[in-house]
Design a protein around this ligand. Structure first.
Ligand code: ATP
Length: 240
């Protein structure tokens, strides 16, 4: 197994006086796809937002490539290679698709590299090229999700944080997007942390998973083992 890329140690995050994460410890290795599962309110989004520097931990540590990063501003983390495609897409509706993508490259100055990444993203999601001059707000939900992922990839990240990429999408589209995520991981080796309510799809894609319950991690295993774990099946996979 390769070395750890991202490590969370006893991470605590508070909203005001209320603690939402009660000491999270997890490790993500280079090249892995790791999923965080859990019910609404378990703390998945809070964990991702702490990693990407949008929330400050009240205690504990986040290390990226061996160095502490939890005191750094979010834009510095993008420069270091951490990019998030947030929940609810958060694309800029009144900008074009192309402008949204270019904003993802705001920390980069290597013009040829940016053009290369853009061409690659257009190959991954041809619809983003086709609709390049269209306002992003006019895209369908699935296309907006592709745009959010594409925009995060424009930063040329080492780790891609994805918050609920399947939210509100039809099953076929979820399949297509998850297949593209696998391709991105396999061809570039980019590490992926995936927060998902769609546990089945997430575990089929991921190498490993963690299960969160009310601000704590309660289970960690290979994705395959989690898929066949009766507790996980009952709580998160439904009957099928
Ligand atoms: P969901 O899938 O619903 O987004 P989640 O697992 O991502 O759930 P979080 O959104 O991280 O969970 O929420 C964890 C806890 O923190 C919940 O109890 C939630 O109510 C609380 N929380 C989240 N955001 C805030 C906020 N801005 N202010 C106060 N409390 C918050």
């Amino acid at each position: 197994m390769s070395e750890p890329l991202l490590e969370l140690k006893d991470l605590r995050v508070k909203y005001g006086n209320v603690e939402a994460l009660h000491g999270i410890g997890l490790t993500v290795r280079r090249g892995e796809i790791v999923t965080l599962l859990g019910a609404n309110g378990a703390g998945k989004t809070t964990t991702l937002r702490a990693i990407s520097g949008l929330l400050r931990p009240s205690a504990g540590e986040i290390r990226f490539e061996g160095k502490p990063i939890h005191a750094l501003p979010a834009h510095e983390l993008v420069k270091r290679g951490i990019a998030q495609a947030p929940e609810g897409r958060r694309i800029f509706a009144t900008l074009t698709v192309r402008e949204n993508l270019m904003l993802g490259a705001f920390t980069r100055t290597d013009k040829p590299g940016i053009a290369e990444t853009l061409a690659w993203i257009h190959r991954l999601f041809p619809v983003l090229e086709k609709r390049g001059t269209q306002l992003a707000g006019t895209l369908s939900g699935g296309e907006q999700q592709m745009l959010a992922i594409g925009r995060a990839l424009m930063a040329n990240p080492r780790i891609l944080l994805l918050d609920e990429p399947s939210l509100g999408l039809a099953p076929l589209l979820v399949k297509a997007i998850f297949q593209t995520l696998r391709e991105i991981n396999q061809t570039t080796g980019v590490t992926i942390v995936l927060v998902e309510q769609n546990a089945r799809a997430a575990l089929k894609l991921a190498h490993r998973g963690y299960v969160m319950e009310v601000g704590r991690l309660v289970l960690e295993d290979s994705a395959q083992a989690l898929l066949s774990n009766p507790k996980v099946q009952n709580a998160y996979l439904g009957s099928r």
